[in-house]
Design a protein. Sequence first.
Length: 157
Amino acid sequence: MTDDALAHALAAYAAGLEAEIALLTQLDALAIPRTEASGATDIRALHGLADDRERLLGHLVRVEHDLKPIRASIAAERARAARLPQFAAVSRRHHEAAELVSRIIAADEQTLAGLHEAETARRFIAQAIEAGGQTLAAYRKVVTPTVSSAALIDRRG
């Protein structure tokens, strides 16, 4: 690969990285409302956010698919690419993208933990309501006279 071809590959990779970073920034921005919705167990909001996330991830996969061969050709010529003036800027943007991915993954883990806690709380509440219902049913049997005992009182009184 010539230096011109390598410089062109770096420029194409830089453009692709910009597109990826724009998509990752949008994904990162979804983390705050998603965390709030999972804490409030707002299912409708979570479905909407999941749809937005799926759409953005689809775009990200397409961009990444296009960048993969470019990244491989740059990696094959890394020593020569590192000497080109635009390499440092592309490398910084690559690290920014990696940091965004790490932050998004951490937010995903928080959301999953919040959803797990909400599910555990929901199950506990359901069990408490069920146990309370059983207790009330037993109490009702004690305080509500049966028909035969009411007839006994009517005959004596």
